[in-house]
Design a protein around this ligand. Sequence first.
Ligand code: FES
Length: 101
Amino acid sequence: MPTIVFEPPTGAPKTAEAPEGGAVADICDAHDAPVPFSCRSASCGTCRVEVLEGANLLLAPEDEELDILDMFAAPKTHRLACCAKMKAGPGKIRLRPINDY
Ligand code: FES
């Protein structure tokens, strides 16, 4: 079962279990994770996160996510929390919200 750890730039990390994998946004909602959202549809870039660990536990980004990340000239370690989906299985994912808006 993946464990996902949200590490805000300030404040305590928040940990959640994602037994079946699934949408990062759903885990954020269920655990009140410190990730900001706005459009929730790969349009605004508000939900960008840096993947500090466990990128291999996320499904590859689709074109619409990559287009927004390109607009922000984001490094390959960044993802959109509204689009990213986790694979099922063990492991740890650590995410840090970008919060640069
Ligand atoms: S909330 Fe707008 S791109 Fe994710």
